[in-house]
Ligand binder design. Structure first.
Ligand SMILES: [Zn+2]
Length: 129
């Protein structure tokens, strides 16, 4: 999480780096930062005492905020897993087509236009020479 950005949570408490003091109940915490204060206000998390004076709308706001952050983190983890899985299965469209590009074109030409013998004979003999 972004530690240095001015978080909206600091409208509800004072930031004594690396801790804080809650504006509503004056609870002080020596560490933990914005996330802990949010948990304190939202009544979430087992590592922080829950605020007894927080207004209900503030509590709900940070409950949504924590839920949103949790979902975003889970979404990112899922997306990374998907990409790693695709890479492990060798799912790289385009890579194979590029591999034989230079110089070996004659072979591909024969394979695809094998009927037109006169057309192919010239470039192939040129190449061998
Ligand atoms: Zn409080």
């Amino acid at each position: 999480m972004s530690g240095r950005d001015k978080d909206i949570v600091w409208e509800h408490g004072e930031n004594f780096y690396p801790g804080w003091r809650c504006k509503y109940c004056n609870t002080q915490k020596a560490g933990g930062g914005a996330t802990r204060l949010k948990q304190h206000l939202a009544h979430r998390g087992a590592e922080v005492v829950h605020c007894r004076n927080v207004p209900p709308d503030v509590r709900e706001y940070f409950q949504r905020d924590i839920e949103k952050a949790r979902k975003a983190t889970a979404e990112r983890a899922r997306e990374r897993l998907r990409r790693e899985k695709a890479a492990a299965e060798g799912n790289y469209p385009g890579d194979g087509a590029d591999a034989g590009g230079g110089g070996g074109g004659g072979g591909i030409l024969i394979r695809f236009t094998g009927i037109h013998c006169t057309y192919i004979c010239t470039p192939v003999s040129d190449y061998e020479y």
